[in-house]
Design a binder for this molecule. Structure first.
Ligand code: MN
Length: 275
C-alpha cells in the first residue's frame, strides 16, 4: 500500500493485477501524453480501469487539438484490450458523452457508470469518476467550468516551467499540484469530496472506493473505508496499481520513469535502451 520498494531496481514490463488511470484529458494541451505513453509501454495488467475524464470533450468542443501522441495513447489502450487486458471505462464529466454508451462494450472495452473491482485479497472497491458528488460538495474551485480557464493558464505556466527544467536537466515538477496544497479552500474542498465519496462507499457496503476527478492521488483509510484516488496525467502523472497479492500503490510516473531510465543505463541492457 506504500511505495516502500524504492531501493529495488525496476524491471520492465512491470506486471500488475490491475491498473487504475483517470483524468488523462486527451484533447487538452495540458495532457502529459508522453509520460503516459512511457507508462503504458512499460506496464502490463490483467485489468485496466479508465476512471473517467480520459477525453476532454469540453476542450475538444472549443478547438480541435489532437496530436499524434494523444492518438498513440488511444492505440496503446486498444492494443492492450486486444491482447487480453480487461478494460473497464467509467466516464467522467469531461467525457460525459461516453456515458450514453454505459452497459455497452466496444473493442473489448466495457463502458459502465460505476464498477466494482474485487482485489486479490477479496476487498470490493467501488470504481467511479467522482463528479457524481459535485452537487453534494457544491464548490469545486479548480475544476468548475468557471475555474477551468484559470486552471488552463496554470497548466500553461506549468509546461513553460517544465520546458526550462528539462533544458537544464531537472526532473518534472508540478506547479499546479504544489499550489493546490497551499490554497486553503482547495484543501477543504478535497476534504469534503473525500467525505462524500467515503459515505457513498458505506452506502454501497463495499470495503473501499476508487475515484479520480480532483487530480489528487491518495490511498488512505477513513475508519472502515479505503479511499483511493488515482490522480491525473495533466499535473502529477500518477496511477494506482494493484499487485498480484492485492497490495495497492500509487505510482508517480515522472519519478518512476526517471528511476527506470537510470536503472537501465546502469544495467546497460541493449534491448531496453533500444525500446
Ligand atoms: Mn472530472
Amino acid at each position: 500500500m506504500s511505495a516502500a520498494n524504492t531501493a529495488r531496481p525496476l524491471q520492465t514490463p512491470l506486471k500488475y493485477r490491475a491498473i487504475f488511470l483517470s483524468d488523462i484529458h486527451l484533447g487538452f494541451k495540458g495532457c502529459q501524453a508522453e509520460f503516459l505513453l512511457d507508462f503504458l509501454k512499460r506496464t502490463e495488467s490483467d485489468f485496466l480501469y479508465l476512471v473517467g475524464d480520459i477525453f476532454d470533450g469540453w476542450e475538444l468542443k472549443k478547438k480541435s487539438y489532437w496530436p499524434a501522441s494523444h492518438q498513440a495513447v488511444v492505440n496503446a489502450i486498444l492494443n492492450k484490450a486486444a491482447k487480453g487486458t480487461r478494460v473497464i471505462y467509467t466516464p467522467g464529466n469531461h467525457d460525459e458523452s461516453a456515458r450514453h454508451y454505459c452497459g455497452h462494450s466496444f473493442d473489448n472495452i466495457e463502458i459502465r457508470d460505476t464498477a466494482v473491482h474485487t482485489t486479490a485479497d477479496e476487498r470490493r472497491l467501488l470504481v467511479l469518476h467522482g463528479d457524481q458528488f459535485d452537487s453534494v460538495v457544491k464548490y469545486s474551485p479548480f475544476l468548475s467550468k468557471v475555474g477551468s480557464s484559470m486552471y488552463g493558464q496554470l497548466l500553461f505556466l506549468n509546461r513553460i516551467i517544465n520546458g526550462f527544467r528539462r533544458l537544464i536537466g531537472l526532473p518534472y515538477w508540478s506547479l499546479a499540484a504544489h499550489l493546490k496544497h497551499k490554497v486553503k479552500n482547495v484543501v477543504s474542498y478535497i476534504g469534503k469530496f473525500e467525505e462524500a465519496v467515503v459515505a457513498s462507499a458505506r452506502l454501497e457496503q463495499v470495503e473501499g472506493v476508487v475515484c479520480g476527478h480532483i487530480h489528487h492521488a491518495e490511498i488512505v483509510m477513513f475508519e472502515d473505508v479505503l479511499y483511493c484516488n488515482t490522480g491525473d496525467w495533466v499535473e502529477s502523472c500518477t496511477a494506482m496499481v494493484e499487485g498480484h497479492n492485492g497490495a495497492l500503490e500509487i505510482l508517480k510516473w515522472t519519478e518512476s520513469a526517471t528511476r527506470l531510465k537510470s536503472d537501465e543505463r546502469a544495467q546497460d541492457t541493449p534491448a531496453l535502451n533500444a525500446a
